[in-house]
Design a protein around this ligand. Structure first.
Ligand code: ZN
Length: 232
C-alpha cells in the first residue's frame, strides 16, 4: 500500500503477511488484495465485449453513450461486497487501484475502450473527498490508466454542490438530487475526444446519467462508462 524500501518491506511482510480480503488466507508472492482462488471466483460480468449489454441498457433513452461495462456483479449477500466497502469506508484505496488495473487489462483488449482519450472519475463533493481522504473512483481510474495507458483527468469535471448520501433515496429523488451538481471546467479540452467516465458502483445510473449529460451540454464529445461493480 505504501512505498517502503524493499528489504524493509520484506521484513514487514514476514511479521505482518498480507491476507486475502475475502477468505483471510495468507497471500503468496504475486497475489494482491485477494488470493488466486478468490480471484478466479469473482463474478465477472464479461460484458465489455458485448454491445447492447445490460449495463448499456440502463442508459438507453437517458444518456447517449458510446458503450458501457462493469467489471463484476455486486449481488446482495455476495462475499465480494466487502471489497467495495473497504475501498469506500476503510481507507483501502489500494483495492481501487488494483481492481482498476485488472479491469483495465480486460478493457484494453476491446477496440472501443482501447480508443479512449481521457479517463475521468465521477467527482465527489470536495467536502466528502476531504473527509474520506480520496475519491474512490479516481483510484479506480489510476488502476485503469496503468493498464489502458491513457491519462486520468480529475480536474475538468467537478462537483459543485453538496448532495446527501444516495443510499436511501428512490430513483426520482436521486435524479433530482444529482441533476445540476456537475460543473465542467475548460470544456474545450474534451472537444471531439472519447472519454471513459468511471464510478465505483452502478445502481440506478442516476449519477452517471447526470454527469454524462452535464458534460454533453457543454462540449461535443463521446462518452463511454466503466464501473467496477454492477448492482444488477
Ligand atoms: Zn481468498
Amino acid at each position: 500500500m505504501f512505498k517502503v524500501f524493499k528489504p524493509v518491506q520484506y521484513f514487514l511482510h514476514l511479521i505482518y503477511p498480507d491476507i486475502c480480503e475475502i477468505c483471510n488466507k495468507y497471500l503468496v508472492h504475486g497475489e494482491k488484495i485477494i488470493c488466486s482462488d478468490c480471484r478466479i471466483d469473482i463474478p465477472l460480468t464479461h460484458n465489455w465485449n458485448e454491445r447492447g449489454n445490460s449495463v448499456e441498457q440502463i442508459f438507453w433513452g437517458r444518456a447517449p453513450i458510446v458503450s458501457a461495462a462493469s467489471y463484476f456483479f455486486f449481488a446482495r449477500g455476495s462475499k465480494y461486497r466487502i471489497l467495495l466497502h473497504k475501498l469506500k469506508y476503510a481507507g483501502r484505496y489500494d483495492i481501487g487501484i488494483t481492481l482498476g488495473s485488472w479491469f483495465g487489462a480486460e478493457l484494453a483488449t476491446c477496440k472501443i475502450f482501447a480508443d479512449v482519450d481521457f479517463i475521468i472519475p465521477v467527482p465527489l463533493h470536495p467536502k466528502k473527498q476531504q473527509s474520506r481522504g480520496y475519491n474512490q473512483s479516481e483510484k479506480i481510474c489510476n488502476g485503469l490508466s496503468e493498464s489502458l495507458k491513457k491519462p486520468v483527468d480529475s480536474k475538468t469535471v467537478i462537483r459543485s454542490e453538496f448532495t446527501n448520501t444516495q443510499t436511501k433515496k428512490n430513483r426520482m429523488e436521486r435524479w433530482r438530487n444529482v441533476s445540476n451538481v456537475f460543473e465542467i471546467k475548460n470544456p474545450e479540452k474534451l472537444k471531439d475526444k472519447h472519454i471513459l467516465l468511471v464510478d465505483d458502483v452502478l445502481t440506478t445510473g442516476a449519477t452517471l446519467e447526470a454527469c454524462c449529460n452535464a458534460i454533453l451540454s457543454k462540449v461535443e464529445c463521446r462518452i463511454s462508462i466503466a464501473t467496477l461493480a454492477f448492482a444488477h
